[in-house]
Design a protein around this ligand. Structure first.
Ligand code: FEO
Length: 445
């Protein structure tokens, strides 16, 4: 049976959910599942915006057939060729051989690589090209490396819809609600949205920033990503989150601690440090790197301003789970953080120096002097943890994004939710997100 949703009068969500997948991309646990979003726009021409992962093939084609209601499919726009969206593209062409595949040159190269032949009917688009469908016109905008080089997004100027590919996506299946304003996003979705961003596109911050810059001038009312919820309210909230993540700016002033401990002594030092930080009023989270998947720890490292890595020495090296975490920090391009170290070793502590060496190539990462344990925290050594806690509280160069000044005046854009802060709203002010004038702002309550 079909399961489709209306977004606007003639735009439909026709995707589906997978709650059985253990590892997304064979790497990332998705305990809350994942959605694969595809959209269908019905105008004088009919256009499908992406296909879906193979796991939901039957549901997707049932949805598509129902939404088309006997009409032919004229176009399929391929924003992204990764198989979690394009695996069913060949099946689509087998079912609907007359459809025209819309993509850029790289899209078509990848199509041939994945499927062994080029599609029969193609429309090659490049930056700024448009496709007229009747009332709607799609404009194409290249977004290379958000997340693959062929990625593009498209914008429907009629209903102000951005089809954003992987951008603005999230892990998590859709529990009935399709729109972000139907859920408690901060409570139930933000952590998975961050974990998705950090691990899937976190490496490509400059490219994400460039794509966000390109979108600045557009009047966007809807964001339709390929995973997760559709945005139609308070768009500036999720855009701002992505601006922070893409620029590696911490969201929160606080400390994320990860430890790798064999017999609990390294853990003990990490716990004492965490307690000292908490007593100083510093938001602190603690992870056992051997128990918590690195994707979750990495997301916390993107969120917090300060990091502590505590590892025992193992085979003259860093304990394996911590070494893996450090490699993931580097390969996801983490930067702009202050990092404290705790090393342990019963006869030749070496993990501190080795962790520092792996942190050294990371941009704008300040490494504090390590605390060294010989088997366990010795009598009198608590002072060294106190000094590290003080250094994390008062030292380090990294700062989280500034919280809005308490008591300051604010105006909210009635269209997109962007918040302007200042003593007064200039008469000629234009919303940086949706380009609406000052008259569309109202004082924040
Ligand atoms: Fe959801 Fe990069 O694929």
């Amino acid at each position: 049976m079909h399961c489709i949703r209306n977004i606007t009068q003639d735009l439909y969500w026709i995707g589906g959910n997978d709650r059985r997948l253990a590892l997304f991309e064979s790497a990332y646990p998705v305990p809350k599942g994942v959605s694969y979003n595809a959209y269908l726009l019905l105008d004088e021409k009919t256009v499908l915006l992406d296909t879906v992962d193979r796991s939901i093939t039957d549901q997707f084609f049932e949805n598509l057939d129902h939404a088309l209601n006997g009409r032919p499919l004229d176009y399929v726009v391929v924003h992204h060729m990764e198989p979690d969206h394009a695996a069913t593209l060949r099946d689509l062409l087998a079912r609907r051989p007359n459809v025209t595949v819309v993509g850029n040159q790289k899209t078509l190269t990848m199509f041939a690589q994945f499927f062994g032949q080029a599609p029969a009917n193609t429309l090659v688009v490049k930056e700024g090209d448009t496709l007229s469908l009747g009332r709607h016109t799609l404009t194409f905008c290249m977004a290379p490396m958000v997340h693959w080089p062929e990625v593009m997004v498209s914008y429907d100027s009629a209903d102000k819809v951005l089809f954003s590919a992987d951008a603005f996506g999230s892990f998590g299946a859709l529990d009935g609600a399709l729109f972000a304003d139907q859920v408690d996003f901060d409570r139930d979705w933000l952590d998975e949205a961050r974990r998705y961003y950090v691990n899937i596109v976190g490496k490509y911050g400059p490219q994400v920033t460039a794509a966000l810059k390109k979108l600045e001038g557009l009047d966007i009312r809807y964001i339709c990503p390929l995973h997760g919820l559709v945005w139609r309210e308070n768009l500036s909230y999720i855009i701002e989150k992505h601006r922070l993540w893409a620029s590696y700016t911490p969201e929160k002033q606080g400390v994320a601690i990860a430890y790798a401990s064999v017999y609990g002594n390294t853990q003990n030092a990490a716990e004492i440090l965490a307690a000292k930080l908490a007593d100083k009023g510093i938001p602190t989270v603690v992870f056992d790197a051997s128990m918590t998947h690195y994707s979750e720890i990495l997301a916390a490292f993107f969120q917090y301003s300060h990091i502590v890595l505590a590892s025992t020495t193992y085979n003259n090296g860093i304990f394996t789970s911590m070494e893996h975490l450090l490699h993931e920090m580097g390969s996801h391009n983490l930067q702009k953080r202050t990092v404290g170290l705790i090393q342990n070793g019963s006869w030749a502590p070496a993990s501190g120096k080795l962790m520092a060496a792996l942190l050294e190539p990371m941009k704008d990462v300040e490494v504090l002097s390590p605390v060294t344990l010989k088997s366990s925290l010795a009598q009198g050594q608590e002072a060294e943890l106190e000094a590290l806690a003080e250094a994390l509280v008062s030292g380090g160069t990294t700062q989280a994004a500034e919280e809005p000044a308490a008591g300051g005046k604010k105006w909210v854009c009635k269209i997109c939710g962007y918040v302007y802060e200042g003593e007064s709203l200039p008469e000629d002010y234009v919303c940086p997100i949706c380009r609406r004038p000052a008259s569309d702002f109202e004082p924040a309550s």
